[in-house]
Design a protein around this ligand. Structure first.
Ligand SMILES: [Fe+2]
Ligand SMILES: [Fe+2]
Length: 193
């Protein structure tokens, strides 16, 4: 069965940076959920002729927007605002730079990157759920962890509508290696990536 495997665990320095500045982490997390929703809809716009994937991407856009609403409600409770602007996400930038350019190749790469980003998100939300002191936050992050883990597989299933299992497996293995290299090189900060 198709599945995304992370080739390295997130470093402890990342977890410590998040726990040391949870308010900043929440701001970044909210932004990531908003971007995940926008990304699902930009797939719909860009690949409008790939009809098999559109309903699932619309559902995903709604679910990620609900995540954004939940994180923003938590920020409001704590008196945290949305920042005027967020810097670029160095992790996502590094992945996107490695995308191939042909239409089909790029389509597959974008789906595989999305699957990896979701799987990494799930791993990191699990780490937060298991290590944050506040019990309400443990529950809050368990909820995100389980949602994002399902999304990792979702993108592989979407790819399977258009590509063979062998093609997906071999390209995914290549991406898993690159993703692990990028994760190891990222400076730790109070952000999802
Ligand atoms: Fe999400
Ligand atoms: Fe997600």
């Amino acid at each position: 069965m198709l599945k995304v495997s992370l080739r390295c665990a997130s470093p402890d320095a990342w977890l410590q940076a998040v726990l040391a500045d949870f308010d900043t982490f929440l701001q970044d997390h909210a932004d990531c959920e908003r971007k995940a929703s926008a990304m699902a809809l930009s797939f719909v716009a860009k690949y409008h002729d790939r009809k098999a994937i559109i309903p699932a991407l619309i559902d995903l856009g709604i679910e990620e927007l609900e995540h954004f609403r939940e994180v923003y409600a938590e920020m409001e409770k704590r008196g945290i605002s949305l920042p005027a602007s967020m810097g670029k996400d160095p992790y996502l930038e590094a992945l996107l730079k490695l995308c191939r350019t042909g239409r089909d190749q790029r389509f597959l790469d974008r789906l595989l990157i999305a699957g990896l980003v979701e799987q990494r998100g799930a791993e990191r939300f699990r780490l937060v759920a298991e290590n944050v002191a506040d019990e309400a936050m443990q529950k809050f992050y368990k909820h995100f962890w389980t949602s994002e883990a399902k999304h990792g597989v979702l993108f592989l299933r979407l790819a399977a509508n258009y590509f063979s299992e062998e093609e997906i497996q071999s390209r995914l293995a290549w991406w898993e290696e690159r993703e692990a290299e990028i994760i190891r090189a990222l400076p730790p900060r109070a952000a999802l990536h």
